[in-house]
Design a protein around this ligand. Sequence first.
Ligand code: DQA
Length: 147
Amino acid sequence: PHFLVINGPNLNRLGLREPGVYGSKTLVDLEQDLFSLAEEYGFDMTCFQSNHEGDLIDSIHEAEDQYDGIVINPGAFTHYSYALRDAIASIALPVIEVHISNVHAREDFRHHSVTAPVTEGQIVGLGFFGYQLALLALLDKIGGDLD
Ligand code: DQA
């Protein structure tokens, strides 16, 4: 299998951005850990980050023919982008939503996700580990080998 990991707006600032909330590790650190997991479990993975809603939407559309599933952290678009939600709903691939922070323990506007209802499920508040859990869940979903 080949999975796509998408990080949305401001996640290129991991490590610099509000370290008390998101930790001190960078996006490169995150992606390196995920590549190690991919190697361990024998799946292919491509990572993509963009701050632009339209580019995220394009990457979701284009993923349909190229990947077996998507892990996405839509950043703040989670809370209001109906366009991103419609993009996810428009493809047949399994999509899992991840949030690094516990959005439910934060501002009210972060409690609601417009994208989560069109995903397989959502993992929140478990830090970078959430992405690993999401990738293993995708592997399980498509009948991969978790041993
Ligand atoms: C986030 C939570 C969002 O509310 C926020 O806008 C982000 C990051 C998270 O990973 O915890 O950019 O998606």
